[in-house]
Design a protein around this ligand. Structure first.
Ligand code: 1PX
Length: 215
């Protein structure tokens, strides 16, 4: 049976998942990373069907990573670090143009990683916002500073249109389901540094391996 809580999004829960991503040695556990994304998608689905083209792509990418994790080489996919090493050593990644490995873990995770930067920028804006701040504006600013640079014109156009359908700040906070606006701010303040750290560790790993521009 599905418990009611499973259907309900709470921001706290998602943020806790990202907290559990990092090992003592700053490795990122793929299982928790993917679970964090699942929670975010659940949240996005609460915001309305205009966002379904976005969540569809996210779900698709999450599923590719889950398949790697559950596959026969799953042991290599326990952390992002081990995944990158395994796929590069075994030449399982298209490095310069799309070819035999359109579903490599490295290129798939890179897309979510770039979206995590959007999330970081957006949540930082929310955290420092005031009652009259506009969520659509905050969202598109964060997008233009991050993901947009990796998207074709047609995707940017569609995303930009969807942003105008975002609910206002008060509804947003309600859907987050953590309590008063002050509590939302506190949760954001606690968790943003963790999201930033997961982002930075991944970014450094990809930079060291020269795979930040995978097709
Ligand atoms: C507490 C606030 C939480 C908010 C949670 C919202 C979660 C947002 C999740 C967005 C995930 C988007 C993943 C996009 C990955 C991507 O860049 N894919 C593109 C490239 O993939 P490819 O395989 O072709 O190389 C793909 O072309 C994307 C298509 C869909 C459009 C993506 C628009 C992204 C907008 C992100 C902002 C989401 C705003 C949600 C409103 C809250």
């Amino acid at each position: 049976a599905v418990a009611l809580e499973d259907l309900k999004f709470t921001l706290q829960e998602v943020l806790d998942t990202f907290k559990s991503c990092l090992s003592e040695h700053k490795e990122v556990f793929l299982e928790h990373y993917v679970a964090g994304w699942r929670g975010l998608v659940k949240f996005m689905n609460c915001l309305g069907s205009v966002f379904s083209f976005i969540s569809k792509d996210a779900v698709n990418k999450i599923q590719i990573l889950v398949n790697h994790l559950n596959g026969e080489n799953g042991a290599h996919y326990v952390t992002i670090q081990s995944m990158v090493k395994y796929e590069l050593d075994s030449q399982l990644v298209d490095l310069t143009k799309r070819g035999s490995f359109p579903e490599s873990g490295c290129r798939t995770l890179l897309r979510l990683h770039r979206a995590l930067r959007w999330l970081e920028l957006f949540l930082e804006r929310l955290r420092t916002s005031t009652e009259d701040s506009n969520t659509s504006v905050m969202c598109s600013e964060a997008y233009n500073e991050s993901l947009a640079q990796h998207h074709a014109w047609i995707i940017r156009k569609a995303a930009g249109t969807a942003f105008w359908a975002l609910p206002g700040r008060a509804t947003f906070f309600d859907v987050m389901n953590v309590g008063s606006p002050e509590q939302v701010m506190a949760v954001l303040g606690d968790t943003l540094p963790l999201i930033s750290e997961v982002y930075q560790v991944t970014e450094d790993l990809y930079a060291q391996n020269n795979i930040l521009e995978l097709p």
